[in-house]
Design a protein. Structure first.
Length: 937
RNA sequence: GCCGGAGUGGCGGAAUGGCAGACGCGACGGAUUCAAAAUCCGUUGCCCGCAAGGGCGUGUGGGUUCAAGUCCCACCUCCGGCACCA
């Protein structure tokens, strides 16, 4: 009884492929062969094992990989693990198990599950970001960043040794030069405010802080400054933005990245801060004269309040200035009688996380500093306020407030009763009362009155620059990348801090020699965070912590890198995973890069993809990689939701309550599909049709209990069924709900494929008696070649659902055939192979062909079988379908028309009518348009 | 609020401006069977009709076109993301 048993054949072929090295990739593509680098976003090996979302993208790339291999392309298709990360560390804190142990266990689970699904990875290239050899090169790349400065003139990263040293610095000695270099490196240290939660003893990410307290436990969080490693990604902001242009990425993802980078153009303008005593006008005039001579300074002295605006055309509408609570000039601007109010406000602001401060629902707050600055164009005195809606970290940390033409300024002015001065009118129509944020024409703007926004901006920026009062400027929302974490389970920084005889840092930093890499994690038994934001590594033994070099004593950097570090370059290491001499052989890099197809979830649209592009560009600038961009084509697989659910609501008082009337007090109850029916737009209870029921699929989650486990699906249906189902569900990029019945459907299809070839009633595994060596008929060949053609084109377009539908049609065509020619079945099995590789290998063997079908040549489509001799053409009268005629495939418009007119039914409809026009599209359709008022009734 | 994406049978979904609903699930009917499972064959958008046939139909309202799910305008709903960036 040889039925289709995936549990028997799947492990068999997985073992076969492994034993024969079927998917091992050579170091370089063979001469003359095309190459394809097909990459999945490697998973974080969580303790829960694989989720059904993982195999969706993995199957898609695997089908392409197998397809390309069969077409003779050299395929790079690797897999690895993004294994540093928080969950392993928290598990370690709870259980005392070292993170490396649990991580290795989880990787073993993931590896087993991935192999169970028959993906054609070259497992010889497997890597984990936690492998000491991998960490070695991650640290090495950090040292490249440390050794690089960004030359704004050429827009490229260059070796720090090439950084021009200003004469004044050079004259100040070696220490000053070293400091100057440190300030220009792409990896640099700075004091940055972080969210410190004393109760949890850890620093939290912004996302982990809600309403000023920790997400977990609800403990207070304070903002404290901490010395952090930063990466100067902002230097590359412009290139990261512009170089998205040529990429084959979804436009939506490009836009997300552009919005994240947030490039805006406008102008910087200096407002004069008058001296506390003396003649303000005279001082202002003197300042202007001085500026006209010296020009606009790159960094503002403390006699000006510098602001950035995207709308310099609203300069005449400024009614106040607002600075961030952290603004450096705030002390100087605060008058004695306002000192206390300002101090209180600042203190309150410092306690808030960024998240609270940007809560839109909140009323605007602020305090007047008591002082005024002088408007550079009008000479008017403008009051200066402090408010936390202005962010210290963007632009200059201060703004000019134009209530008439900016939402936030308008709201602020309303709250505090400040003046609103209209200086822009819409191009169409007259003045607008109150707020108008659009572009338009300037009014009451001195010499600029009457200019339209664009012209105004251009002129005023040029005038300001000529007068040394401002200049055109570009700003980015993107901030430098805070790169250090106070965590154990991450890559240690290959950095040494010089210490004095009392182990106090001298401020001198020294990179670890390349030959000494990797810097290993120290052995620790206690991973718990402490009472201070000191990283766990600071509790390492002295033998790890302190080292001597050239007679000086150093303490190791005890922060670790964030999880993103490893995923920034893994796609490069896959190409040359065993190289002990360098991170990647340039010959190999040039042969395989860039990645031709990168598939993964949209949750990485910004961070991972932006960080990886940044590192790649630095490596490119420094000559280590040949392409400026790593990922040529990107596709995001859609999310797989849980099964569709029907939810009714039980009223607190008892009985059902209709879904649209429910309140928080009513209890949701999950209903079986039989109790529900559709009525018009909504689902209702079958027994009580007045009660509406919600129908929706939800994201899979443990708490909802709708998580589908791939192990169970494979056990019940087989890996090929899981692969095929996930591809058949719908378009790769769409969000779609899981349906176990649907898995059963594709399993039935695979059963039918099996029976097409195998005799199920025999005792042994033998060919079905219908399988014969007859030549295939013309009709059969047409069916076959059309199927091959469609599947080929659909794989190229990643439209796997329709490719599978076409294969199903082909099987439906073959099943009733009493004689099934091999010439039909063998090409079908090869076409099936990328989708259901185990079944295809087994059928290939039953057909008596030499394994593996996985490397058999992809069948060629013969054009002549795609053409029909006759076609059925729809005939319309007045655009309505009224009949069909069969005509030769090459019939022209005239022939079509006469054939259609000859059809009895059409002739009857046309009898006695005046034909105004006939539209005949050869091979498509015929439409008779009747003269007006003559439409048949 | 802003920015994406999507609205097509009971469900998942097909459809270069040219026969709406391919393919699958479910449902119904038949064959097979002592029976059931499995399998095979068929029907299945809605309404009227015994039928032939006819009418309606791709979120809503308008428009372009011989012809619109597809193009244009306005709106509604759902999903996802961002969110005081001056």
């Amino acid at each position: 009884m040889p039925r289709y048993q995936p549990a028997r054949i799947e492990p068999k072929w997985q073992a076969w492929w492994e034993a024969h090295g079927t998917f091992a990739t050579p170091r370089l593509p063979p001469p003359g062969a095309a190459k394809a680098y097909l990459l999945d976003m490697f998973p974080y090996p969580s303790g829960d094992g694989l989720h059904v979302g993982h195999p969706e993208g993995y199957t898609a790339t695997d089908i392409v990989a197998r397809f390309e291999r069969m077409r003779g392309t050299a395929v790079m298709h690797p897999m690895g693990f993004d294994a540093f990360g928080l969950p392993a560390e928290e598990h370690a804190i709870r259980t005392g198990t070292p993170p490396r142990e649990s991580t290795e266990r989880n990787i073993a689970t993931f590896r087993r599950q991935l192999k169970m699904l028959g993906f054609s990875y070259d497992w010889g290239r497997e890597l984990a970001t936690t492998d000491p050899e991998y960490v070695r090169w991650t640290q090495w790349i950090f040292l490249v960043l440390f050794d690089t400065w960004f030359d704004p003139d050429t827009q490229r990263g260059r070796p720090i040794a090439e950084l021009p040293i200003p004469p004044a610095i050079a004259a100040a000695g070696e220490a000053a030069v070293a400091r100057y270099r440190d300030e220009h490196r792409l990896a640099y240290q700075s004091e940055a405010p972080v969210n410190w939660c004393p109760a949890l003893g850890t620093v939290l990410a912004n996302e982990e802080v809600i309403g000023g307290v920790s997400e977990r436990g609800g403990h207070p969080v304070v903002r404290i400054p901490l010395r952090q490693w930063m990466l100067r990604i902002t230097a590359y902001a412009d290139r990261l933005d512009r170089e998205l242009d040529g990429l084959g990425w979804p436009e939506s993802i490009k836009k997300l990245q552009r919005d994240w980078i947030g490039r805006s153009t406008g102008a910087e303008v200096d407002f004069f801060v008058p001296p506390a005593a003396g003649d303000v006008t005279a001082a202002f005039e003197a300042w202007k004269r001085q500026r006209a001579e010296s020009g606009y300074p790159a960094t503002p002295a403390d006699d000006v309040l510098r602001i950035y605006t995207t709308r310099p055309d609203t300069l005449y509408g400024v009614t106040c200035m607002v600075v961030a609570p952290e603004h450096p000039l705030l002390d100087r601007l605060t008058t004695p009688d306002q000192r206390e109010a300002i101090a209180t406000y600042r203190e309150a602001a410092s306690r808030k996380s960024d998240l609270d401060r940007t809560d839109l629902a909140r009323e605007k707050t602020g305090v007047f500093t008591g002082s005024h600055v002088i408007h550079p164009l009008t000479g008017a005195a403008v009051p200066v306020w402090v408010a936390d809606y202005v962010l210290a970290s963007y632009g200059t940390g201060g703004i000019m407030s134009v209530p008439a033409h900016d939402d936030r300024d308008f709201e602020f002015a309303k709250t505090f009763g400040l003046e609103v001065t209209t200086v822009i009118e819409p191009l169409d129509g007259g003045p607008v009362e109150g707020l108008f944020t659009g572009r338009g024409r300037a009014v009451a703007s001195g010499p600029y009155t009457g200019l339209e926004t664009a012209a105004f901006i251009e002129r005023v920026a040029a005038d300001l620059e000529a007068a040394g009062l401002g200049r055109p400027a570009v700003n980015y929302k993107l901030r430098d990348w805070l790169f250090s974490r106070q965590r154990f389970w991450g890559e240690p920084f290959p950095i040494l801090h010089e210490v004095d005889s009392h182990d106090r840092p001298t401020g001198v930093v020294r990179p670890v020699e390349e030959a000494e890499l990797p810097v290993p994690l120290p052995p620790l038994t206690d991973f718990k965070p402490g009472d201070t934001p000191d990283p766990p590594l600071s509790r390492a033994g002295h033998e790890w912590l302190f080292v001597e070099r050239d007679g000086r004593r150093y303490r190791r950097e005890t922060n670790t890198m964030p999880q993103w570090a490893g995923s920034c370059w893994y796609y490069l290491r896959f190409l040359d995973p065993a190289n002990t001499e360098r991170f990647l052989d340039p010959e190999v890099e040039q042969a395989w890069m860039p990645v031709d197809l990168y598939v993964g979830g949209a949750e990485h649209a910004v961070l991972h993809l932006l960080y990886a592009r940044f590192w790649h560009k630095v490596l490119h600038d420094r000559g280590y990689v040949s392409h400026p961009e790593p990922f040529g084509r990107l596709v995001n697989q859609g999310m797989i939701l849980g099964e569709m659910e029907f939810t009714g609501y039980r009223a607190a008082a008892g009985g059902w309550i209709s879904a649209e009337q429910r309140t928080e007090a009513d209890t949701p109850v999950r209903l079986p599909a039989e109790q529900v029916e559709k009525q018009g737009e909504h689902f209702v209870l079958r027994d009580m049709p007045t009660i509406r029921v919600e129908s929706r699929a939800y994201k899979m989650s443990k708490s909802r209990g709708n998580v589908v486990n791939p192990d169970e699906v494979v056990r019940e249906f087989g890996a090929d069924s899981l692969r095929l189902y996930e591809m058949f569900m719908g378009p790769l990029e769409a969000t779609k709900p899981w349906s176990t019945a649907g898995v059963g459907g594709v399993r039935t299809f695979l059963d039918r494929c099996w029976r097409l070839v195998v005799d199920e009633r025999a005792d042994d595994l033998v060919l079905a008696p219908q399988v014969v060596d007859d030549p295939a008929s013309d009709e059969q060949l047409r069916e076959l070649h059309r199927m091959i053609d469609k599947v080929t084109r659909d794989i190229e377009a990643l439209s796997f659902n329709t490719a599978i539908a076409r294969m199903m049609e082909f099987v439906n065509f073959c099943t009733p055939l009493p004689r099934r020619p091999r010439a039909l079945l063998e090409p079908f099995v090869t076409v099936l192979a990328p989708f259901a590789p185990h079944l295809a290998e087994e059928l290939w063997e039953v057909l008596g062909r030499p394994a593996p079908v996985s490397l058999a040549p992809w069948p060629t489509v013969e054009e002549r079988w795609l053409r029909d001799e006759t076609v059925e053409i729809p005939v319309q009268v007045q655009g309505k379908l009224r009949g069909r005629v069969v005509v030769p495939a090459d019939a022209d418009a005239t022939a079509l028309q006469s054939a259609a007119a000859a059809d009895p039914r059409i002739a009857q409809l046309l009898a006695g009518r005046t034909i105004a026009k006939v539209v005949a599209v050869p091979g498509r359709m015929v439409n008779f348009v009747l003269a007006k008022s003559e439409s048949p009734s």
